[in-house]
Design a protein around this ligand. Structure first.
Ligand SMILES: [Mg+2]
Length: 311
């Protein structure tokens, strides 16, 4: 059995907040649900910043670039600055720019926002990318002979409402070259909607992986790349950083993978029952999904900020 997750309240809450300099917040399910802010969340985020804490916003959603996220945060009452927002669209561009010696363009299966982030970082895109590709004509022999862009050196898969058979076919043909990089923004299989049941980017990634018999490098949570970006740009200390999220398999697992303390807010996807089931499991992999602390809502952290003295 793993060490239990503790409800963060009272003096412990003050103590934990005093022991951190930086807080990483997942957005949907933690700070808002769609267009509705979680009551008290904006007050908490703003007061954390006023008390000298650094607050960063992390999202696996690749359908918005940094600019649109900043706009949404501000519209819903959250104070922020663009360089404190890390989405998978921005981080995919940073990965290609900083971590690879990409010589060529990217075949993009993704949104206009993702294309915009790539272009904004000086990365060329090939194919229809954000828009629809025309339906294939002829039979399979014709599709296999369609000319490919020789400049393509990477395939990037993100959320794409115009995903099609032709894009799948093209992506897999580029990936036949082992030198062609294969990246995905995230692997969430459902969109975080109240109604639920709408397939997410992970379903598109699985299709391209199956067609190419390759595995994508994933930029988003639970992988550690977004955290590495924040460390690189802002020099935060993992021992004095806490990750706050609503999903065990992305937010909390990323925190565990990065050696951070974690808080699960019960306003989103994961429940207390799921924490307990992982806690009681014999599998060490399940134990990585157990948050250090949990709260009913991030607003429960507000009293812990009263009379805050850093330790
Ligand atoms: Mg979330």
């Amino acid at each position: 059995m793993a060490t239990g997750s503790v409800r963060l309240a009272g003096p412990l809450c003050s103590q934990v907040l005093a022991s951190v300099d930086a807080l990483l917040f997942d957005c949907d399910g933690v700070l808002w649900k769609g267009e509705c802010p979680i009551p008290g969340a904006a007050d908490l985020v703003n007061r954390l910043q006023e008390s000298g804490k650094r607050v960063f916003f992390l999202t696996n959603n690749s359908s918005k670039g940094r600019g649109l996220y900043v706009e949404k945060l501000r519209r819903l009452g959250f104070q922020t600055r663009p360089d404190h927002v890390f989405g998978t669209a921005t981080c995919a561009a940073l990965y290609l720019r900083q971590e690879t010696q990409l010589c060529g363009s990217v075949y993009l299966v993704g949104s206009a926002a993702l294309r915009g982030e790539l272009l904004g970082h000086g990365i060329a895109c090939s194919g229809a990318g954000a828009g629809p590709e025309p339906n294939p004509v002829g039979g399979p022999a014709h599709w296999a002979a369609e000319p490919l862009d020789p400049a393509v050196a990477a395939v990037l898969v993100g959320f794409d409402e115009h995903f099609s058979y032709l894009k799948l076919c093209r992506a897999s043909r580029y990936l036949r070259d082992p030198a062609c990089l294969f990246l995905a923004t995230n692997t969430d299989t459902l969109l975080p909607l109240e109604a639920g049941g709408v397939p997410g980017t992970g379903c598109l990634v699985k299709a391209v992986e199956a067609a190419s018999n390759r595995t994508a490098y994933v930029i988003g949570k639970p992988n550690d790349f977004m955290f590495k970006c924040i460390v690189k740009e802002h020099g935060i200390d993992p021992d004095r950083t806490i990750m706050v999220g609503d999903r065990l398999d992305t937010d909390i697992l990323m925190g565990s993978n990065c050696g951070l303390r974690t808080i699960l807010a019960l306003t989103g996807v994961s429940s207390l029952e799921e924490i307990r089931a992982n806690q009681e499991s014999d599998s060490p992999e399940c134990h990585k999904l157990v948050p250090t602390y949990y709260v009913n809502s991030v607003a429960d952290l507000l009293p812990g900020l009263e009379g805050q003295i850093s330790t």
